[in-house]
Design a protein around this ligand. Sequence first.
Ligand SMILES: *Cc1c(COP(=O)(O)O)cnc(C)c1O
Length: 404
Amino acid sequence: MASSEEQTLETAPDVGELTPPNRTLMGPGPSDVNPRVLRAMSTPLVGHLDPSFIEIMNDVQDLLRYTFRTDNQWTIPVSGTGSASMEAAIGNVVEPGDTMLVPTNGYFGGRMASMAERAGGTVVTVDAPWGEPLDPDDVANALAEHDPDVFGFIHAETSTGVVQPDVPELTAAAHDHDALVIADTVTSLGGVELRVDEWGIDVAYSGPQKCLSCPPGASPLTLSDDAMEKVLGRDTDPRSWYLDLSLLEGYWGSDRSYHHTAPITNVYAIREALRLVAEEGIEARWERHRELAGALKAGMEGMGLEMNAPEAYWLPSLNAVRVPDGVDDGDICADLLERYDLEIASGLGDLTGEIFRIGCMGHSARPENVLLVVTALGDSLEVHGADVDPDAGVAACRRALRSL
Ligand SMILES: *Cc1c(COP(=O)(O)O)cnc(C)c1O
C-alpha cells in the first residue's frame, strides 16, 4: 500500500481487491447473514418509485408487522442503522418542552437520554444497576413523581445481556399517567418474545443486523395510531428533516411520492431476512434462540464460568459471561479473532473488563456456532491461564444440543 508521503493527486490509490476475512460473528451485532439475504442484495436495482419496488415496500411492511406482532399501519424500515430508527422514534415523539423518562441500567438508556435532550426534551431517569432490569415499582414511582410525556425502556439491553421482564406492567403504568411508551427492541426483534400490540407498546424501533441477521441499512420502526397522532399534531417540526415521520409518510404511506431515495439493496435484504422469519415462524424462532443460547449457557457454566444475568432476566440473544480471574478480556477476544476467526465482544460502561458479550442471534444461532464458541473460548481461557475446565464445557454443551 502506498504511504501517505508517496500519495499525490496524480497517482490513483493502489488498493487490492476486497477480501474480508471469513469470520463467525457471535458478538453484539452484526450477526452472520444468511446466504439468501446476500443473494437478494446482488439482484438488480430498480428505481425507488418503480411499481415493482412499491410491491416490495408493501411486502416489507407486512412482514415487519408480522415480526413485531402488530397491526400498526405505521410500520416502516427507516433508512439507516438502528440508531436512525431510534432517533426517528425519539426525535418525532418527543417535542420541545416534553419530559421523557429513561432508564440508567445500561448503555442504550444513556443514548435515549442524549437523543431526547437533542429533541428539546427534559430527561428524567428511573434507576437500576447495570446488569439488572427495571423494577416495575420503581417505574411506577418515577411516573408518579415526574409525570413524563414519554417513557422509554430497553427491552433487550445489549450492553448487559438483560431482558426487561414485566413489559405489560410497565406499559400499563405509563398509560395510567398518559405517557407514550417507546421500546428499544434492537436486540429482541426476531429473537426474543416481543408482542408490540398485546404488550401495549406505542412505539418500537429495532435494527436489522442483530436477531434479523441482515446487514445494517434499513431499520424497523412501528408506531401506534396514538403515537402517530402526537407526531402529526406537533406544534414544531422535528429537528431532523431526514427522519421527519410526517414527511416520510408521503413515501411509505398512501402517496408513495419522493422524499429521499430508499436504500434499495437494503430493502431487498430486509425483505429476504423477514421472509426467513416468516418461514420459520416467529414463535419457533424465539424458541430456537432460547434453545441454542441455552446450550451456549450450559457450555459456559459447564466449564466453570458464571453468567452475569440470573435465569429470570437472562437475554438469549446476548449472553453476558463473567470474565474469570487472571485473564484480560481484550486478550481473549483478540485471540479468538486471530486463531478461530470468531468475533465476541468485551464489556462496556460499568461492566468494562467484567464480562464477555456473546451474541446468539438469527443466522448465527446455530449448533455449530454454539459449539465453536464454547470450544474456542474454553481453549483460549485455558491457554491464558484461567481456572476453567474446557472439556467439561464442551461436554455440557454437546449434551444440551443433543437433547434439543
Ligand atoms: C445495536 C443497538 C442499537 C443501535 O443500533 P446501530 O445499528 O448500532 O445504530 C440501539 N439499541 C440497542 C439495544 C442496540 O443493541
